[in-house]
Structure formats: C-alpha cells, structure tokens
Design a protein around this ligand. Structure first.
Ligand SMILES: *[C@@H]1O[C@H](CO)[C@@H](O)[C@H](O)[C@H]1NC(C)=O
Ligand SMILES: *[C@@H]1O[C@H](CO)[C@@H](O)[C@H](O)[C@H]1NC(C)=O
Ligand SMILES: *[C@@H]1O[C@H](CO)[C@@H](O)[C@H](O)[C@H]1NC(C)=O
Length: 343
C-alpha cells in the first residue's frame, strides 16, 4: 500500500513535470505565435496613427493662406481689367499673381504639362495665396491625385460682342498697349464687310471659345457645334466653378468675390469703383455691327449654342447675387447654429 502510494506520488510528480514542460513549451511557442500575430497589428496601429496624423493635417489646413484661385480667362471678356486690379492690390493684400504662358497660345496643355502644372501649382507654397490666370481650358485637378483643388473663377461675355471685340483688337489693338502692332494691323475691312464677304476672321466658328474653355481638355470640347461639349460646359460651370461673372456686371462679380474670399479680394470693389484704370483696355476703332450682320450671325448654330451658355451663366450669376440678400432685399443673408445638443 505504501509502495503503491509512493509510486502514485512518483507518477504525480512525473505528470506535474510533464504538465510544467508543456506549459513552458506552449508559452515559448505561443509567444512566438503572439509576436508573429502582433506584427501586422503594430502595422495597423501605426497606420492608424498615420491616419490620425493626416486627419490632423487636414484639420489644420489653412484655407486662407493656402488659397489658390485659378482664373482661366477667355480672351476679350474684360479679363485684363480684373487681372489689373489683382496686380495693383496683390502687394497690399499679400498674395501672388501669376500669368500662365503656354507656347503658341495653345488653350490645351499637353499631358506632361498637365502633370507639371497641377503639381507645381499645388506644391508651390511660397506663392500662396495665389491667383493664377491664363488662356487655358478648364483642367480637372482631381484627376491628378491632388488633395486640394484650386478655386476656379471666370467671366463670360455675349459671344458676338466678344467676337467683334476680338476682330477689331487684332486690327487696331487697344489703349492698353497702343503701340504694339497686332496680327492683322493694316487690315481695314470692317466686321460688316467681313461677314458679307464670308471671310474666315468673322466665321461664326470663331465664337466657339467659351464653351470649350468651360468644357475642358476633352477632344469633343473643341468640336464646334457639339451638344456634348455644351452640356459639359454647363455642368462644369455650376459644379466645378466657384463663381462665373459676366463682363457687363464686373462690379458685382468683384463684390461677390470680395465678400466670399476676403483674404485675397479685400478692397477690390472699392478699387474698381474709384480707380481710373477700371475701364482700361478698350479695343480701339471698334464699330458695332449692323443689323444685317447681327441677323446673319444669329442664324448660325454656333452663335445659338454659345449664347445658350452665356445665358445659362448669366442666370446662375443673377441667382447667386439674389441669394446674397434676404428675400426682402434689404438685409444680407445670415446663418447660425442652434439647438446644439448635448450641451
Ligand atoms: C509668353 O512667352 C513667350 C516666349 O517667352 C513670349 O514671347 C510671349 O510674349 C509671352 N506671352 C505673353 C502674353 O507675355
Ligand atoms: C514651380 O515652377 C517654377 C517655375 O518653373 C519653379 O521656379 C518652382 O520652383 C516650381 N515650384 C515647385 C514647388 O515645384
Ligand atoms: C489716375 O489717377 C491717378 C491718381 O489716383 C492720377 O495720378 C493719374 O493721373 C490718373 N490717370 C489718368 C489717366 O487719369
């Protein structure tokens, strides 16, 4: 009996020892397993802190000092007037104005230049806040892995007015650079005569410019008469543009910009009103077209489509202006938060 007990004790001891070894074994092995399992977790935790970090930087994004406004101006829409105010006030308001010069006056950027331009504008912090301007078609920054898109603005003009202005500008220049000899200097044919003679300079196809500027870099945008291009131009005008003004209402355009983005446009309205530069750059020797000419141009499909875009832009601009005020038209609209819960 005693012997049996001692053997049982021995067995128990052996059993305990085996158990202990197994526990130690599992612990060692298990810890390895744990370490292995921990690796991706630490990675996960790491990326979680990175995410928090990037969220923090997004939160800290200084919308005022990082402001980039892109004005892809259409030739002969009164754009120089606006840009001149910016050049006059940029020092006082502490922002930069930069002209985008594309070789051969192309309105479409090559694919490599699209990448360079988009990255350069985005990363060039020394220039911010910045107003970029140039005769370039709308370019969608969000296609280029860019975190912050610029704010697009533009001004449109009645298509025939713009064409007539451009026609005489090429022949006589303007009071801005009166001594510069223009492409068609010496050509004395009036716009009316040009239309009668069906010369290429007054071809309604030349009016196909505001639509492609708003439409953008797609091939179809540059097909005169394309319904798709007109639809895209309208869509971009309301979805991708911050504000589009009209030449005939420059002061209201400047006023809306100043109220919305004062960091850059502070004082623009007053400067526009009082500066004797405000109506600078009038095309010289411009003659209004005759009724016959107007009637002939209005027959063209291009004029009708470009006018449709102009009127669409005008309606949007009027709407934006109206919404600035309360319905009584006496007070400016205000907004606030209330019923904030929990306290
Ligand atoms: C753009 O650059 C070219 C080449 O340097 C120059 O000849 C041209 O005058 C510039 N255009 C404007 C509008 O300054
Ligand atoms: C942007 O381009 C200009 C002109 O080429 C250059 O001087 C500048 O360093 C560029 N900025 C960045 C951030 O790449
Ligand atoms: C414009 O106004 C400035 C003063 O504000 C004056 O010195 C200048 O002569 C004026 N220029 C013209 C063309 O009237």
């Amino acid at each position: 009996m005693r012997k049996m007990l001692s053997t049982t004790k021995q067995w128990l001891f052996l059993f305990a020892a085996v158990c202990l070894m197994m526990v130690i074994g599992y612990w060692v092995l298990g810890s390895e397993v744990k370490i292995a399992a921990l690796k991706p977790i630490t990675k996960l935790q790491h990326s979680a802190t990175a995410l928090e970090g990037s969220l923090l930087t997004v939160d800290n994004f200084d919308y005022e000092e990082q402001l980039v406004v892109l004005y892809n101006r259409v030739p002969k829409t009164g754009s120089t007037t606006f840009v001149n105010i910016a050049y006059d006030l940029c020092k006082r308001n502490r922002f930069h104005v930069l002209h985008i010069n594309i070789t051969a006056n192309s309105h479409v950027l090559s694919l490599p230049n699209q990448v360079s331009f988009v990255r350069n504008v985005t990363k060039w912090h020394e220039m911010k806040p910045a107003l970029y301007h140039g005769h370039v078609a709308y370019l969608d920054f969000s296609k280029f892995q860019i975190a912050h898109n610029p704010i697009y603005i533009n001004i449109v003009r009645k298509p025939l007015d713009r064409l007539v202005s451009y026609y005489y500008f090429l022949r006589y220049g303007d009071n801005y650079r009166p001594n510069l000899v223009r492409k068609k200097a010496g050509n004395k044919i009036t716009f009316d005569e040009c239309v009668k003679l069906k010369q290429p300079d007054c071809d309604p196809k030349n009016m196909w410019l505001q639509i492609p500027f708003f439409c953008g870099h797609a091939a179809e945008c540059w097909e005169p008469g394309s319904q798709w291009a007109l639809d895209m131009a309208k869509t971009n005008l309301v979805n991708k543009y911050f504000l589009v003004g009209v030449t005939e209402q420059m002061e209201d355009f400047v006023d809306l910009l100043e109220r919305s983005l004062p960091r850059m446009f502070h004082g623009f309205r007053e400067y526009y009103q009082h500066s004797n530069k405000s109506n600078l750059r009038n095309t010289l020797n411009k003659r209004p077209p005759s009724e016959t000419t107007v009637a002939a141009i209005m027959e063209s499909k291009i004029w009708k489509m470009e006018t449709e875009l102009y009127e669409f832009a005008l309606a949007q601009f009027e709407f934006t202006k109206r919404k600035l005020m309360q319905p009584d038209k006496k007070q400016i609209q205000r907004f606030m938060y209330e019923k904030v819960k929990p306290k």
